[in-house]
Design a protein around this ligand. Structure first.
Ligand SMILES: [Zn+2]
Length: 158
């Protein structure tokens, strides 16, 4: 994954400097801060150091191909690699609460990483991320993105 991350950052870096222009761009801290704060409260980790957050369809596609090689065929809408959240620049909008919920999900993985839980059973980490994503959506008055029964089963996939 380290090699894939290096590739991703190398491909995203040239356009990051343009900040908002072009295919890849960084998500402003003002959008991230309240979500990170929320995740910190719900994971018992206040004062989380934010990850780098970029919206890049190209970087996500590249990761998606790696995931498919690893046997996953669900299309990635967002991803987390240690220290970096990647969103889809084609669909990302801070005005869309469902897109924000994907960011919440990935910020939960960031909190897990900072707590030294990166090596923990993947199903358990996903269970927490999906559950908190649904909770955040519920607080916005929106229906869950994921079926609670399906989430509960995810915890057993270790
Ligand atoms: Zn996840």
């Amino acid at each position: 994954m380290a090699a894939a991350l290096a590739l991703l950052l190398a491909s995203a870096a040239p356009t990051l400097a343009e900040d908002g222009a072009g295919e890849a761009h960084r998500v402003p801290p003002a959008i991230v801060a309240p979500l990170l704060d929320w995740v910190g409260r719900h994971t018992g980790q206040p004062g989380l150091v934010p990850p780098v957050i970029i919206a890049s369809r190209q970087a996500l596609r590249r990761l998606d191909r790696t995931a498919q090689l690893a046997g996953t065929d669900e299309r990635l809408r967002a991803a987390y690699v240690p220290g970096v959240v990647i969103l889809d620049s084609d669909t990302w909008s801070p005005a869309d609460p469902v897109e924000l919920s994907y960011l919440v999900h990935e910020l939960v993985h960031h909190a897990q990483q900072l707590a030294g839980r990166g090596g923990e059973c993947r199903g358990r980490r996903e269970e927490e991320a999906y559950r908190l994503q649904n909770l955040w959506l519920a607080e916005q008055g929106l229906p869950p993105e994921h079926d609670p029964a399906w989430i509960a089963r995810a915890a057993d996939l270790c």
